[in-house]
Design a protein around this ligand. Sequence first.
Ligand SMILES: Cc1ncc(COP(=O)(O)O)c(C=O)c1O
Length: 405
Amino acid sequence: MSAHLTRNRLQGSTPPPTAPGPVTEFHRRFPDYAPTPLVDLPTLATALGVGHVLVKDESDRLGLPAFKMLGAAWASYRALVDRLGHEPQWSTFDELADALEPLRPIALATATDGNHGRAVASFARRVGIGARIFVPTGTSRSRIDAVLGEGASCEVVDGTYEDAVARAAREAGDDCLVVSDTSWEGYETIPAIVIEGYATIFAEVAAQSAAAGLAVPDLVVVPMGVGALAAATAQWYRRDSFPSSLRLLGVEPTSANCVQASAEAGHIVEVPGPHRSIMAGLNCGLPSPVAWPWVSTGFDWFVSIDDADAERAMRSLADCGVVSGETGAASLGALQAIDDLTLLGLGPDATVLLLSTEGATDPSFFAATVGRDAAAVAADAPPCVAAVDRDGPCPVDRCPGVCRR
Ligand SMILES: Cc1ncc(COP(=O)(O)O)c(C=O)c1O
């Protein structure tokens, strides 16, 4: 198990920031919104030879076991509002569902490796409309069942994720809005809004770190599929308020390293399929063009890892009480697979932030890999760093303190 590490020679000035929409305010309107825990894992820090390993644990986000709802819901909402022609007044999802009445019959459509489509379907269900989800060949039964469980239709497209994207795009019409997290020529607005939606993760990290008196990270590690989450990471951490010494590392599977291959080529290239990594959310052959300007200029390194690296990282995180699926654990998998972390400028005082972007999205695979199911692992969950006073209220706004467990 060793990693293929590339220094990003395209790194340079990131695009000018655009004014973000009221995305975090939107997420706070969900009745079940709560910040996800940020945990500090000293055992892993010692093993990796760094000062702190902070993990943003996205295993339970707005009722789903991955971060994806943040972008899917925000983009779906903006697409529906755009079709409606005005922003309705609402404070509950029932009220929003009523306000969308003039659009019916209307559905949402997208392609997915699992998590984004499930999130689009979940948002559609909340507002009482349909969803049509398209998945590539090889998508696991439990991922398909999870989409169906949200009341959506789910069609298996014969081919790769990119083939599923092309199929979903054909659904666009009077009765259907396509909410894709990847872009193509002529379809850029919605994928850019998906990226905007992910900012809530970083706003929470900032609040939690401030509450705990933690330093700004030296390195942030992000799993990459089409690069939308990576673009959101660059949009956040490449602002002037952060030091230029802060490093960004993007992780992909060896068999679907389209961002790394594009960076090495100097322009977007496709890594042909089939893409059959267990890191299902990262099985993408083509970076998203709207994400690319941010990822290609904002990241310091790209790394590709093997499935065995992701499995090892799942077990390591589970040993620390963190439920992290095969895609979510890729961030740690990368650090464990890189032979010499001093290459990344990491030493005993460094603080590393790992995005663990999902929990047990494939519960049977999780249990088989880790040797326990997600509930058993979560029973040993560490406290959130912001839970400074275990008996008092959490200092982070709108946090019910559930992460103190
Ligand atoms: C759990 C998880 N992490 C990370 C990613 C990568 O996100 P992106 O495709 O925006 O690069 C995905 C994509 O589906 C995912 O499901």
